[in-house]
Design a protein around this ligand. Structure first.
Ligand code: ADP
Length: 430
């Protein structure tokens, strides 16, 4: 393309160029501003005010597509008739804005009274007299989302080519800004709905765990009483009732624990704890269950006592939940190792199994409440999907970290780190 040489000795031409540069500079400034705000109403207002100002027109408006009705509506407009305009729909067929939207091309009309496409419905409704019009499409990635229009050039002038460039530049900034603001608004809305759902779920758990506890205690009480008196076949039947009841009890306990943790109601009753003792508790609790599945349970624990300052029942609960999974998701004859490693200022407790494993992309999600890798319909393991969420909450309350590692098919490694404290023989933490 050949460069055009402008004869600079023509004052009018120089003036025109200076004006264009000035206008383009404002477009750049406005583009930067549009990128930094996500308030849609404020964005649209700035766009139309600047468009009217830069082009020297009586009015400007933005029409956006209403996906539900397939019509354009006034999302913003200058002047005093904003409220009336908000109610007006502009059809895609039989309107200049519609033609711009459909073709994706700018349109200049010097005198709308001679243009059959002009939609007179708007002027009639708000007692406005459109004379000349320049409209450009608002496009995001070659998809048209609406139209930016400037109406009635002041001083009776006509729209020129440079006006089209200016308005197109405004429109390209505006379209992206509008789309971003819409995406953010949609995300906020989705987030609000999710929070509502989450609150509902939490309330439900709270009510359900509370309401289930009392009848379950009655069942357990009477079944134990009858079990003491029973003989013969009745004994094993009642044992079954009691086993079922204690499974239910475990589920309700998890629900209650989560509730307390979530509501921040559970203050930590901290004391100095020896990690080796916590691991011994695990062995006592889970040894028999692992043995029942012929699993090999190994403990690698250093001999020197390691101290943490924490709530014993809560840490027990966290470790127990991780251990429960290891036993549950490792098949018969599998191997589970609990490894304790002392680092400077922290201790790592790892529970390693050679069971089902966890797909890589699910490793973070298993700590979410109710998240279970297996589909509920085909699942053969029990549980509510709360155990790891509770473990995470507890570990983090103690200033620690928990995460999972797994190669997929072959086993999982759950790693927990907790801050350690130095304890003198007298017992106070340092
Ligand atoms: P659940 O009550 O289902 O065990 P958790 O929160 O304890 O709930 O665990 C969430 C999910 O993480 C489990 O349903 C399971 O899909 C996966 N998971 C946890 N631990 C293991 C493990 N050791 N091996 C394989 N999958 C595991």
């Amino acid at each position: 393309m050949e460069a055009q040489v402008v004869p600079l000795n023509q004052p009018a031409e120089i003036q025109r160029l200076e004006k264009t540069v000035e206008r383009l500079e404002r477009v750049v400034t406005i583009g930067q501003m549009l990128n930094s705000t996500l308030d849609l109403a404020q964005l649209l207002e700035t766009i139309i005010q600047t468009a009217a100002d830069l082009l020297g027109t009586q009015a400007a408006s933005i029409l956006l597509m209403d996906e539900r009705t397939g019509e354009l509506f006034f999302a913003a407009s200058t002047g005093s008739s904003r409220e009336e305009l908000r109610e007006i729909k502009v059809p895609l067929e039989g309107s200049i804005a519609g033609a711009i939207y459909r073709t994706g091309e700018p349109i200049i009309v010097g005198d709308v009274s001679g243009d059959a496409r002009h939609y007179t419905g708007v002027d009639q409704s708000i007692s406005f007299q459109t004379r000349s019009l320049l409209g450009v499409p608002l496009q995001v990635r070659s998809r048209c989302i609406g139209v930016l229009e400037a109406l009635n050039k002041l001083d009776g002038e006509q729209f020129e080519e440079s006006d089209v460039h200016i308005l197109l530049a405004m429109a390209s900034h505006a379209a992206i800004a509008i789309e971003n603001a819409r995406l953010v608004a949609n995300l906020r809305e989705a987030n609000r709905r999710l929070s509502d759902l989450d609150r509902l779920k939490t309330n439900f758990i709270s009510i359900a765990s509370h309401e289930l506890r009392t009848p379950l205690m009655i069942v357990q009480g009477f079944a134990s009483f009858l079990r003491e008196q029973a003989s013969g076949e009745m004994t094993s039947d009642l044992d079954m009732v009691l086993r079922g009841a204690s499974k239910l009890q475990a589920i309700i306990d998890q629900m209650t624990n989560l509730n307390y943790l979530e509501a921040g109601l559970s203050e930590l009753k901290r004391e100095n704890l020896v990690v080796q003792n916590l691991v011994e508790d695990l062995a006592r609790e889970w040894g028999p269950l692992a043995a029942a599945k012929q699993q090999t349970l190994t403990f690698n624990v250093p001999p020197m006592p390691i101290f943490v300052h924490g709530d014993r029942s809560k840490i027990d609960l966290a470790l127990s939940n991780v251990m429960n999974n290891a036993v549950k998701f490792t098949p018969e004859n599998g191997h589970i190792t609990v490894q304790v490693i002392s680092h400077t200022g922290r201790v790592e407790i790892a529970v390693i199994d050679d069971g089902a494993g966890i797909p890589k992309e699910e490793l973070g999600r298993v700590f979410e409440r109710f998240y279970q890798v297996e589909d509920h319909l085909t699942r053969h393991h029990g549980g509510l999907g709360l155990g790891l969420a509770i473990a995470k909450e507890v570990v983090e309350q103690h200033g620690g970290r928990i995460w999972a590692e797994s190669g997929g098919g072959q086993g999982s490694r759950f790693r927990i780190t907790l801050p350690t404290v130095y304890v003198r023989l007298t017992g106070a933490p340092q």
